[in-house]
Design a protein around this ligand. Structure first.
Ligand code: ZN
Ligand code: ZN
Length: 350
């Protein structure tokens, strides 16, 4: 006896993908579900049912045996077995703490789409953020020098801004209406070796919010790294200092020690400039380390709790950062993504 299900096949496939990503499963396995959802989307229900009845689902490019089974079961009004398993394996709470703070977050300031090194279209990231109850998601694909991550040239970023505008029109949101969900225009801009930002001032000015992060020469001398980071923090375009130590504590990419820099000097500059210190929620980053998180707290810094999601299901990682912020006793008022969108945008414009 199976449970009834009335969500339809596309919702079932998207939910399975979301849960697998949230559970940090191999993205290769997840792709199949997202591809199948995209494959049946243009068909419409009548044609999809006909295709299923004739047993031709696997003829569709992007639909395999296991995804066809999900579609068949969902069309038949029963909970797909694969979805039931994904809910069992990955549907539970990710953390013991952090829920109270997570409920106060209105958005996420750091996310990637397939325009750079993310795995999904920006529309899918936006839709999932909306389903998670966010008022806004800042899309922050990488900047040009980060070629391994397909960083966006000024021209590509310009095209992306047009797509973001179109998505917002479609969703009925947008920065002028003040209502509903908005996909905000952002960037994760590389902090170059001299502390300058890897995008033109003209393009940076066109964005709603800018996360600045170090991705190269992480092992440089401590004094030089301190100067580099402070120069970036003092740049008037910078709103958020992303994953400040660059450390990796676990995961497929192996581990990496934190960069060497004078954290007191860097966080003092952040506090003076009103730049938020990011609490990066990715399980393999947990950045900044607790000792630095507490130092930034004591120096009066603002914070942002970001998912740094590279796939829709990873947007749910924020609770990891919330758990750490709660444990460190950081007041919600100092976490900029608890603020309403207009307040956030006004802060980011300065
Ligand atoms: Zn980064
Ligand atoms: Zn990132």
């Amino acid at each position: 006896m199976t449970d009834p299900y009335d969500g339809g096949p596309i919702a079932a496939l998207r939910r399975i993908a979301f849960l697998l990503e949230r559970g940090r499963e191999d993205t290769f396995k997840v792709k199949a579900y997202r591809r199948a959802a995209a494959a049946i989307l243009p068909l419409g229900e009548a044609e999809l049912r006909r295709t299923a009845q004739e047993g031709r689902l696997t003829d569709l490019s992007g639909v395999g045996t296991s995804t066809a089974e999900v579609i068949d079961q969902a069309l038949g009004g029963e909970l797909p077995a694969r979805l039931a398993k994904a809910e069992r394996d990955h549907g539970g709470p990710l953390t013991a703490g952090g829920a109270e703070l997570r409920a106060q977050l209105r958005g996420d300031l750091h996310s990637h789409s397939d325009w750079s090194d993310g795995g999904s279209p920006l529309e899918e990231m936006a839709m999932t953020a909306m389903e998670l109850g966010h008022d806004y998601l800042v899309l922050t694909d990488h900047s040009p020098r980060l070629t391994v991550a397909h960083g966006l040239s000024a021209a590509r970023l310009g095209r992306q801004l047009e797509v973001i505008d179109a998505v917002n029109r479609h969703l009925g949101g947008g920065t002028d209406t003040g209502e509903g969900f908005t996909l905000l225009r952002g960037i994760e801009v590389d902090i170059l070796e001299d502390g300058s930002l890897d995008q033109s001032a003209e393009m940076l000015d066109r964005l709603d919010l800018r996360v600045a992060s170090v991705h190269s020469k992480l092992r440089m001398d401590g004094a030089a790294m301190t100067r580099r980071m402070i120069t970036a923090v003092r740049d008037p375009h910078t709103n958020v200092l992303g994953h400040c130590t660059g450390r990796l504590v676990t995961g497929q990419r192996g581990t990496r020690p934190p960069s060497d820099f004078d954290a007191r000097a860097v966080f003092t500059a952040c506090a003076e400039e009103g730049v938020a210190v990011e609490i990066n929620s990715r399980p393999e980053r947990r950045d900044p380390p607790t000792r630095l998180l507490e130092l930034a707290r004591d120096l009066g810094c603002l914070f942002s709790i970001d998912s740094d999601a590279h796939a829709p299901g990873q947007l749910d990682f924020q609770v990891y950062g919330c758990e750490r912020a709660e444990a460190a006793g950081i007041p919600a008022e100092r976490i900029v993504n608890t603020w309403p969108r207009d307040r956030l945008l006004a802060w980011a414009r300065n």
